[in-house]
Design a protein around this ligand. Sequence first.
Ligand SMILES: [Zn+2]
Length: 254
Amino acid sequence: MNPLQHYTHPVNPAVSKENSLVIPRNPRSESNINRGSGNAGTSTAGETTLQRLVEKSKQNTLGSACLVEEVKCPPGVDESEWLASKIVEIFDELNLLAGCIQHLCTCKTCPKMTAGANFEWLWSASANVEPVCLPAPEYFKTCLVWADDKINDTQLFPIDPHVAFPAAFKKNVSVLFKRFFRLYAHVYYHHFQELVESEAAGHLNYNFKHFLYVGLEFGVLQEDQKEMEPLREMVSGFIQERGRILGTTRAEGT
Ligand SMILES: [Zn+2]
């Protein structure tokens, strides 16, 4: 199935974190992952979150043009600080998405972290550890816990305004984005139709565009990045749309 065929206008999520995988914790991410074993919630919780998502999605709309502008760093704001704030937003959006698909994405339905038949990812805890095959929901949780740890590591994401961001900040962020992309790819390939039927596909598209536009705006995603191959057609469509909004394409449809 081509996700583009079901593309709906993006909507402003403005969603509650209630029933998502995380709850408020600290100044940077204001989140706390459920680090327990097994599924992070019950079917009822997942369905409630999904319904909440749909209802919130219908309340507010924000067009792509607004979104392209919204991700830009305002004048006078430190770019790294701004990017860090966008990463927290993206993390929260993925966390909510994980919560709303938890009744759809189980170890039984998704025993491997895949995007269709041609893409499969193993989880690598570190360079010195052998990558392991995880069921998709475990990959989601492991990735979100890992990202939460990164975001709350003040060596990587300083919260003191007098402490500079590390020189490798964007390089570190690009690794976060590479793994975040896999989460979106899995959902698009394996759970998109269910989200369409639940009228939550617009929310997914909005969040993915937000993720993509932030990544492109700050150079932590590249237009031709091979890791984006599973969603290449859709990514190309969104990139062209962004280009038209920014006036960087020579003509409509090019
Ligand atoms: Zn799944």
